[in-house]
Design a protein around this ligand. Structure first.
Ligand code: SF4
Length: 142
């Protein structure tokens, strides 16, 4: 994959996240990180290829080279010492739109389906095969 194509993919993913932030849907994410405890929630974020590329790049920029094993079922991108997401500014779409009741519950699909389609278009361009669990999607790109 050419460098320019990857840069364009990352820019498009970031544009989707920025567009989502402008949507008139009430959200109050205060980074409680309850949703980052997959074993507790029973749900794991699924990432398209562009989202995974961006997450992996931001994770690597922290100086880390591989995802930690998490026996407690928490997200490997959660910094346990601080309880904060290591890639918060570039966190995946699912982490922005999902099921956190405290943040306002899930977005209605009709409110974000155009953005999902844009992420799927990047996925196709980047040779992805649809959304994958965050651990594998990011781990394979490190
Ligand atoms: S990527 Fe960040 S916000 Fe998303 S589940 Fe992992 S730690 Fe939480």
């Amino acid at each position: 994959m050419r460098k320019e194509e990857i840069q364009a993919a990352l820019a498009e993913v970031r544009a989707v996240y920025a567009e989502l932030a402008k949507r008139p849907v009430q959200r109050e994410c205060i980074a409680r990180t309850d949703c980052c405890q997959f074993k507790l929630t029973g749900r794991t974020p699924m990432l398209t290829k562009g989202e995974a590329l961006l997450a992996a790049r931001t994770f690597k920029a922290t100086g880390r080279k591989e995802l930690p094993e998490r026996a407690d079922g928490s997200c490997p991108l959660l910094k346990l010492e601080t309880g904060k997401c290591m890639i918060y500014a570039d966190r995946p779409f699912g982490c922005r739109t999902h099921f956190c009741d405290a943040a306002g519950g899930p977005y209605a699909r009709k409110d974000v389906v155009d953005l999902i389609r844009r992420l799927e278009a990047v996925d196709l361009q980047q040779g992805g095969d649809g959304p994958r669990r965050i651990q594998a999607a990011v781990g394979d790109l490190l």
